[in-house]
Design a protein around this ligand. Structure first.
Ligand code: FES
Ligand SMILES: [Fe+2]
Length: 349
């Protein structure tokens, strides 16, 4: 019975849509300027730009005049001007100006969709659902906190988002990263799940212990690392992922599902400086200087992990496309919970 259940789930889940009634990550804050960019969230092309006051706006990336991309255009005051004939659109998506409008002509009443956006914790969060959002974006309190050093890497995988979240929730895949020494010997202890999240608690061996300021050099020099047991907690807080390894590391994976076979995501790694009480007595400007200068220390590690993971999940996707009815044999019960959550979120959206 359970094998049959698992087979059905595995087939269906690769065709799932998303629940659009959540905040997805569209870009890093630093990626959005007054030069518009194009992002795609679940088949919807969106133009993101900053107006002359620095506020972010998100419009459907389509000029209603001739259907070209508005993101080719430029920002004029607070409006987005199409590159082709110079029509301008305000942040509500209404046509606000046509440069060659004759005195006896009215502005066209065409309107394009605008999306709720928020700039928070270093990222641009976008709500692709219809109606007003009744949830908040996932918070990353460590982003501004002076005791955490951040690193960010981008994942671009030609695979359905379910492959990525399953990869992230199945900590037995430490096997794949042996050479990078991220963690080892994971063992699932328990799982909690409800309609919004799955929390899987593992015990694993960690290579790193950040108890001295120079311990951060363990990120660069493997012979400084020593294995020791630590709790490894991973959570699928739909539609994003959060994990912690002991007290020293916290990692987020912020999802931007693009299509049935493409997923973008931001992996954000935080190294905690909480053990250094001496550091916390120093002036704030100095602590900020340390935080800013150590930004990106785990970048190479993240990029190495991503290359290995993306290769695997893209192969899974190809395997599915070539033979969608071939069943997987799954032993990790956390993945059954993850598939259940994805399905129920889409069913109830
Ligand atoms: S296509 Fe955009 S102004 Fe003509
Ligand atoms: Fe991985």
């Amino acid at each position: 019975m359970s094998a049959f259940f698992s087979k059905v789930q595995t087939c269906d889940v690769r065709q799932l849509g998303i629940n659009p009634n959540h905040w997805y990550v569209a870009a890093l804050s630093s990626e959005v300027t007054n030069k518009p960019i194009n992002v795609v969230i679940w088949h919807q092309a969106i133009a993101l730009y900053r107006d002359n006051t620095g506020k972010i706006h998100a419009l459907e990336d389509r000029c209603p005049h001739r259907q070209v991309k508005l993101s080719h255009g430029r920002v004029v005051d607070s409006e987005l001007e199409c590159a082709y004939h110079g029509w301008r659109f305000n942040s509500s998506g209404e046509c606000a100006a046509v440069p060659y409008l004759a005195a006896n002509q009215k502005l066209p009443t065409c309107k394009i969709r605008h999306y709720p956006v928020k700039e928070q914790d270093g990222f641009i969060w976008l709500f692709p659902g219809n109606g007003e959002p009744c949830v908040e974006p996932l918070g990353l309190p460590e982003w501004e906190h002076l005791n955490y050093i951040a690193s960010v890497a981008v994942i671009n995988a030609h695979a359905h988002y379910s492959y990525l979240i399953e990869n992230l929730m199945d900590m037995y895949h430490g096997h794949l990263h042996q050479d990078l020494q991220a963690w080892a010997e994971a063992s699932l202890q328990d799982i909690h799940e409800n309609d919004h999240r799955v929390d899987a608690h593992y015990i694993a061996q960690s290579y790193y212990k950040i108890d001295k300021i120079w311990s951060i050099s363990q990120l660069f020099f493997p012979n400084l690392r020593k294995l020791h047991p630590e709790p490894l907690d991973v959570s699928y807080i739909y539609p994003h992922w959060v994990s912690s390894l002991g007290k020293d590391f916290k990692i987020y994976c912020l999802f931007c599902p693009v299509s049935q076979t493409q997923t973008k995501a931001y992996l954000v790694h935080f190294t905690s400086l909480n053990s250094f009480w001496r550091l916390h007595k120093l002036p704030v400007w100095f602590r900020r200087f340390v935080k800013n200068n150590l930004f990106g220390t785990a970048q190479k590690l993240l990029e190495g992990l991503i290359i290995q993971d993306v290769e695997m999940i893209e192969e899974e996707q190809q395997g599915y496309l070539h033979n969608p009815h071939r069943r997987n044999y799954e032993l990790n019960r956390a993945l059954v919970s993850v598939q259940r959550l994805m399905q129920s979120q889409v069913e109830h959206s």
